[in-house]
Design a binder for this molecule. Sequence first.
Ligand SMILES: Cc1cc2nc3c(=O)[nH]c(=O)nc-3n(C[C@H](O)[C@H](O)[C@H](O)COP(=O)(O)OP(=O)(O)OC[C@H]3O[C@@H](n4cnc5c(N)ncnc54)[C@H](O)[C@@H]3O)c2cc1C
Length: 385
Amino acid sequence: MSESFDVIVVGAGPAGSSCARRAAELGLCVTVLEKATFPRFKPCGGGLTERSLRLLNGEQAPVEHLRFDTAEIAFDRYLSLLVGGPETLLATTTRAEFDTLLLRAAEAAGAGVEFGRAVTDLTRDGEGVQVRVGSDSMTARHVVVADGARGAGRRMLGLSPLRMGGGIYVRAFPDSDGLPELSSGRVLFDPTAAKRGYGWVFPKGDHLNIGVFSQCELHAKLKRDLDAFVALQGLGAWRSEGPFAFPIPVGRPADALGTERVLFAGDAAGLVNPVTGEGISSAIMSGRLAAEAVSESLDTSRAVSASYARRIEAVVVPMTDGSRKKGDFVYGLGPGFLKFVARTPVMKAVIAPAWRAAMRDNGGFSLTVAGGSEASGPSRTPRRV
Ligand SMILES: Cc1cc2nc3c(=O)[nH]c(=O)nc-3n(C[C@H](O)[C@H](O)[C@H](O)COP(=O)(O)OP(=O)(O)OC[C@H]3O[C@@H](n4cnc5c(N)ncnc54)[C@H](O)[C@@H]3O)c2cc1C
C-alpha cells in the first residue's frame, strides 16, 4: 500500500522533530520515519548553548540537568580564564531525554511518527518523491532528510559527501562524595586538548561528560587525546562509560541543502559550527526553516530549494560560520604551540582573547572576563571540576 503526505521527514533528531512539529503547526500532513526506537542513544556532549536555549524558550526545562553562567577556558595546565555573561552560558541534558521531548512535542502538534522505519531509497516520482522503507513505499510532495552525520540520504540521491571531523567522550561517574562538586561546578573548555579542536567537561546530574572534538576525521590519535585530557582533569580513577565516538560535519559542499524536492537539515546538511562542533541549535533552526519553505512552496508553487537556501543563508549560516576565522586562527597554531606559549604574555594578550571572541560569536553571548578571576602561571593544578 502506498501512503501520501505533504512532507515526509527522515530521522527524529532535533532537526527532524523540529521540522515535523513546524510542518504540523503550519497545517501540513507530515510523518516522521525513524529507524531507531525511542528513547535512543545519540553520542553527544548534550550541551545546550545559549542559542539553543533561546530557540527552545524554556521547553527543555523537564530534561535540563544543570545550568552554567561561567565557563573555564583552560589552556593546558598553565593558563585558566573564567568567562561569564549576563545569561546562562550553557545548560546540560542527555540526548535520549532531550530528543524524546522534542519528538513528543511534534506528535502533540499533529505529526505522525513511525519507529523502526529505516528509509532505504528516495526517488523522484512525478510531482513528488517516493520513499522506500524496505519493501514498503510512501509518497510525499517533499521530503526533508534529517538523518544525521552518518545518514545514507545523501548517497541515495548521489549528492556530495560532507567533510567530517569527529568527537569522542566518556561519561565519568564520581564516588558519592563527588556529587555536590558536580552541581556547583562549571563547564570547561581546553583548546590545547586536540589538534584543530578542544576538550570539554560538561557536568550532568550524576556524571561528567568529558570529551574532545577535532575538525580532523576520527582517528586513533583522538582517543589518545581523550585519555590524556581525562588524566589532566584528575579523573583517571573515576568509573567511566565509553568511549563513544561519532562524526561531526565541519564543511558543506555546494549541494549540501539538497535537490528540488528533497531538502536536507541539521547534520545531514553539514549545518554545524565548524569551530565548536555545536549543532543542536542549527538542527532545530534548519528543521523549522525546511518546514516553512515546504509550506510556502505548497501555497505559492515557488521553488522550495531556492527559498530554503535563502532562509538558511540568512539565519543559520551566520550561526554556524560566524566564528570560523577566529577559530581557524587559534587552531592554525596547533596544541603544541599553544602549550608552548601558554606560560607567556602572548597567550593572555592575543590567543586567549581570540578564543573568547570565537566563543562569543558562537553564542551571540556577551562574555566578560570575570573580575579578578584570571589565574595564570605554571602552578595551575589539575583538579576536579
Ligand atoms: C561527540 C559529540 C558531541 C557533541 N556535543 C554537542 C553539544 O554539546 N552541543 C551541541 O549543540 N551539539 C553537539 N554535537 C553535535 C550534535 O550532536 C548534532 O549536531 C545533532 O545531533 C544534529 O541533530 P540532527 O537532528 O541533524 O541529527 P541526529 O541527532 O544525528 O539525528 C538523526 C536521526 O536520524 C535517524 N536516521 C538515520 N538514518 C535513518 C534512516 N535511513 N531512516 C530513518 N531514520 C534514520 C537516526 O536514528 C537519528 O535518530 C556533538 C556531536 C558529537 C558527535
